[in-house]
Design a protein around this ligand. Structure first.
Ligand code: HEC
Length: 105
């Protein structure tokens, strides 16, 4: 009786810890690696973003750019934008491009 209650509590805990870990990834990677320049909202309205002239993700040219172009800019760098190809996997970069698309809405 006592033991099954404890197992129930533990498995509940495991589920509630696992769900945010799965859901967080691209938003968290964005926050830790991209937001200092691009801003949490993608507008580039940060000191570093302004100094480097980061283009808002909402700008028409960026909205029109293909996923492949945004992927290449992130992986290989572009102008002052650093390359992330050695720090992030291709699937992480794909997820980040999808995350950027949500900031453009
Ligand atoms: C050190 C500042 C900095 C960081 C960190 C940074 N960027 Fe950028 N990024 C820039 C700048 C500046 C540009 C504009 C480059 C240009 O067009 O000359 C840019 C451009 C881009 C572009 C191309 C679209 C555009 O605006 O021309 C994408 C996509 C992009 N960044 C994604 C990311 C992602 C994803 C991350 C995090 C993994 C990230 N950036 C981190 C500075 C940064």
């Amino acid at each position: 009786m006592h033991r099954s209650v404890r197992i129930g509590v533990l498995s509940l805990l495991a589920v509630s810890l696992a769900v945010p870990v799965l859901a967080q990834s691209s938003a968290d990677v964005y926050k830790s690696k991209c937001a200092m320049c691009h801003g949490a909202d993608g507008k580039g309205d940060t000191p570093a973003g302004k100094a480097m002239k980061a283009i808002p993700f909402q700008a028409p040219d960026v909205v029109k750019a293909s996923n492949a172009e945004l992927f290449a800019a992130t992986k290989d760098g572009k102008g002052k934008m650093p390359a992330f190809g050695s720090k992030l996997s291709d699937s992480q970069i794909r997820d980040l491009v999808a995350y950027i698309r949500t900031l453009q809405k």
